[in-house]
Write a protein that binds this ligand. Structure first.
Ligand code: MLT
Length: 339
């Protein structure tokens, strides 16, 4: 009996010491989260949100996890960095949904053309669908989504002419990301686009390899596109949404409370970003006209035609966006969350 008690005590003490050492080692280690994004170090919502996320992570981990921000595609373009995050070579990235979709099909649903009519609808939908999107994307790509941001509608800019009706697209060389949704949507509107990585866009516009591109209003100012673009059309076909992704390999090595801290910081950074972006858009539009002399045409005069053509190709996206069942489920959750 006494031997049994002794043995029990030894096992208990050994386990306590092992847990103590494991805890001490994991907390004594320096954890660094390299966070990449493709926007300038500027008032751009992506950059400001990366700073907010850094502040929150460092606060909630008492400095146990340091976040080092690499802006301006310094570590590679968005699709390349997403691969590196998957492999665990870079810990985190903020990127456009359009640039994650080739690696993680299920997030593509957020890009179905004319899915969202505005901000509130997208925030409610993102909040309600995030758990399912997160788990699907984790399985598909090995990256963990901790937040999904939203920067307003992607608007189309070009250097050649106002685009007011669908026929005006003809003759324009428009760049989109290398992702199915924009490529096929423009095709439905009668235009073959030029798919290109984001970090090449400014110089391609400058050298007139392309005439135009589509990104939010805020990007036109913070990436200085006003220097090489003149006309803007509010095509309303999709919101710029984009996740903050973390390498799952790295995340699983963290102590549990650091994992919680990162999850909490991610959620709070999204609330920050949604408001920051929305507040910025009206002032940006004013600056584009008054300071930078751009011509803003508003929505196309025949917007219904654009919408009809783009929505008619929804079924062609299902296989690339995680399958029809998933798209259906997503739409059901959206309907419930926004009714
Ligand atoms: C793109 O068009 O590739 C992206 O929207 C760029 C970005 O992340 O802002």
């Amino acid at each position: 009996m006494r031997n049994k008690v002794k043995r029990g005590l030894v096992v208990f003490l050994t386990m306590t010491i092992a847990i103590f050492f494991a805890f001490t080692i994991s907390h004594a280690k320096d954890w660094t989260l390299k966070l990449s994004h493709g926007d300038a170090e500027s008032p751009n919502p992506t950059h400001q949100t990366s700073l907010k996320f850094k502040e929150l992570v460092e606060k909630y981990t008492n400095g146990g996890v340091k976040v080092v921000i690499y802006a301006n595609n310094a570590l590679g373009n968005e699709q390349e960095v997403a691969q590196a995050v998957r492999q665990g070579n870079i810990e985190g990235e903020i990127l456009a949904t359009t640039n994650l979709q080739p690696l993680a099909p299920s997030i593509g649903v957020l890009q179905l053309p004319y899915l969202f009519g505005g901000h509130e609808e997208s925030w409610k939908t993102i909040t309600a669908t995030l758990p399912e999107i997160r788990s699907r994307v984790l399985q598909e790509s090995g990256v963990r989504i901790v937040a999904i941001y939203e920067k307003g509608f992607r608007v189309m800019s070009n250097s050649k002419k106002p685009v007011e009706v669908i026929g005006d697209l003809q003759g324009l060389k428009i760049r989109t990301s290398k992702s199915k949704a924009p490529i096929e949507t423009f095709k439905a509107w009668g235009l073959e686009v030029i798919p290109m990585a984001w970090d090449e866009v400014f110089s391609a516009l400058q050298q007139k390899v392309i005439d135009g591109q589509e990104n939010p209003y805020t990007t036109l100012v913070t990436s200085k596109f006003f220097e090489v673009q003149k006309y803007v059309t509010e095509i309303h076909y999709t919101l710029w949404t984009g996740p903050l992704i973390i390498s799952e390999k790295w995340f699983q090595q963290l102590p549990a409370e650091y994992q919680e801290a990162i999850t909490k910081a991610g959620a709070e950074s999204a609330t920050f970003e949604w408001k920051y972006s929305t507040d910025m858009i009206e002032g940006t539009k004013k600056d584009l006209v008054e300071k930078y002399n751009m011509v803003l045409s508003g929505p196309p005069k025949d917007e219904e035609i654009w919408k009809e053509k783009a929505m008619s190709i929804w079924p062609s996206f299902y296989n690339d966006f995680g399958g029809e069942e998933w798209v259906k489920k997503f739409l059901e959750i959206k309907a419930e969350a926004t009714k």
